[in-house]
Design a protein around this ligand. Structure first.
Ligand SMILES: [Zn+2]
Length: 169
């Protein structure tokens, strides 16, 4: 099932999500649906709050279907190590049409549980590192625009409010 993506303005995106405690078939189905929804929206990462479900769960595939081994499920992820700094354009399915440079670590280690509840650690660089940070932020109720300068962020919010008024958001 493809879920619609929740956009900026919905409070679910700005509150910390609840830990996942049950690893059952329902969770597996939700993960499948999240991959499907992410691909349908042409994204490389999706956090559960972005489909209106306030749970600490995210899916990532920076290869966008090219490499089946690149499909990652992050349950209750935590960032345990970061290294380096790099600025690159970043966007978000919940803030469509906008892209802004965001400075993030270049190498990131995440500790998470897999779909069966097994704890694992994975280190990613560049785009994968960025995805780990972006998706973990989502689970803490934080959007990438919170990393921008207040000036830039306000400009984006003003444009979004205009789009909302026009019924285009
Ligand atoms: Zn996002």
């Amino acid at each position: 099932m493809i879920y619609p993506i929740v956009k900026f303005g919905d409070p679910v995106l700005e509150k910390p999500a609840a830990p996942v405690t049950v690893f059952d078939d329902e969770l597996k189905k939700l993960v499948e649906d999240m991959f499907e929804s992410m691909y349908a929206a042409h994204g490389v990462g999706l956090a559960a709050p972005q489909i209106g479900i306030s749970k600490r769960l995210a899916v990532v595939d920076i290869s966008f279907k090219e490499d089946p081994n690149a499909k990652l499920v992050l349950v209750n992820p935590e960032i345990v190590h970061t290294e380096g700094r790099h600025s690159q354009n970043e966007g978000c399915l919940s803030v469509p049409e906008f892209r802004e440079p965001v400075t993030r670590a270049t190498k990131v280690t995440v500790r998470a549980q897999d779909i069966d509840g097994e704890v694992f650690e994975k280190t990613g660089e560049d785009l994968l590192a960025r995805a780990f940070l972006h998706e973990t932020d989502h689970l803490n109720g934080k959007l990438y625009i919170s990393h921008l300068s207040a000036l830039k962020r306000d400009l984006i919010k003003r444009k979004i409010r205009k789009l909302m008024k026009a019924g285009q958001w």
